[in-house]
Ligand binder design. Structure first.
Ligand SMILES: *Cc1c(COP(=O)(O)O)cnc(C)c1O
Length: 346
């Protein structure tokens, strides 16, 4: 059957999501999920009807939360669908390219490859900030530039000044996408205010991380109305299942937002706990993180990863030598993980 598929698809290595990798154990800190399992009410009626393409209440609620107008919000099936829509809408397969800066989120490359769009790779500098000179030299044919802040898997914020320079370099040439999947853990670092100045800026958001709704598959793209209008041409006709709309509305209600903010404080405190505890182990280097995860460098990253895995503590290995990405779980999960690693190095 594979022979029938497009050449591009035959050659494709699919995204190895934490779910696909598997594992078994009782501490799951490999997918940057929230440990909080909140309760939602579902009212299953109206399922005989198609849903609205962009449910008004849900859009208004997210716009109010993000501090933008309703016309600047598009909801998608996870931020991942936003990535795909941006590439499909702006890149001509075979002619145009996307540009991204590894180490970073893997789906920019995979979405582009799936669609048949070239990928230009400009690695981050050793301090994990943008290499603006190299980006400037590689902008030929680039229609979409992806920047992730806080960056997955390194955890750092990308300098806002650099983002502004990048936006100035790309005006009338390319769309700049800032992936803010983790911004709810450090909302003051958002670049949402730059929408007022830049027509070619798009910001990706999701309910998967701080809102503890990874299983809901709900994300948002924030941009000016003219850019949203382009994306609306390529989005599926009914992208928002009714249960998603109902749960998103509850999550974005006043009480839902209050609960999310409380949970963020809790997780940020757990991150500080992990950071302090791991930082005291000789030979272990912590990279300060701004999302619900942190990157940690061990003397022997692969061996440590395997030892935790074999003991039911599932972390995420990373492409960076000796580095392991640890999601911030509840306090008990963090304690178990810290205790195991401390003993491992004794
Ligand atoms: C988790 C994640 C996403 C995907 O979010 P979904 O809304 O679950 O599709 C996008 N970007 C980054 C950087 C992520 O870590």
């Amino acid at each position: 059957m594979m022979k029938l598929a497009r050449k591009q698809v035959q050659a494709l290595t699919p995204y190895l999501s934490a779910r696909r990798i598997g594992g078994s154990g009782d501490v799951w800190l490999n997918a940057n999920e929230s440990p909080f399992d909140n309760e939602y009410q579902l009212n299953f009626s109206r399922l005989n009807r198609y849903t609205s393409c962009q449910p008004e209440d849900m859009i208004k609620a997210y716009a109010a939360y993000a501090g933008v107008s309703a016309g600047q919000v598009l909801t998608t099936r996870g931020a991942d669908e936003g990535i795909e829509l941006l590439i499909r809408a702006f890149c001509e397969p075979g002619d145009d390219a996307i540009l991204f800066c590894p180490p970073t989120y893997g789906m920019y490359a995979i979405s582009a490859e799936t669609i048949g769009v070239e990928r230009k790779i400009v690695p981050l500098k050793p301090d994990w900030q943008l290499d603006l000179t190299a980006i400037g030299q590689n902008l030929n044919d680039v229609k979409v530039v992806f920047v992730c802040s806080p960056n997955n898997p390194t955890g750092n914020l990308v300098s806002k000044e650099d983002i502004i320079t990048l936006l100035e370099m790309t005006r009338d040439k390319a769309v700049v996408v800032i992936d803010e999947a983790y911004i709810d853990f450090c909302p003051e670092a958002s670049v949402v205010d730059l929408l007022a100045e830049f027509e070619h800026l798009a910001i990706l958001r999701t309910l998967s991380k701080a809102f503890a709704l990874a299983g809901l598959r709900c994300g948002f793209t924030l941009a000016n109305a003219a850019l949203i209008e382009v994306l609306q041409k390529v989005i599926a006709p009914y992208p928002v299942p009714l249960p998603v709309e109902e749960i998103a509305r509850q999550a974005l209600s006043e009480s839902g937002l209050a609960r999310m903010k409380f949970q963020v404080l809790d997780l940020n405190a757990n991150r500080a706990y992990l950071q302090a505890g791991l930082g005291m182990i000789p030979g272990v280097k912590i990279y300060e993180g701004w999302g619900n995860f942190m990157l940690v460098e061990f003397p022997d990253g692969d061996a440590l990863f395997k030892a935790t895995w074999d003991n039911g503590i599932i972390l995420r290995n990373s492409p960076i030598e000796n580095c392991v990405r640890i999601s911030v779980g509840n306090r008990e999960e963090c304690e178990k993980t810290l205790t195991f690693i401390r003993n491992y190095y004794q």
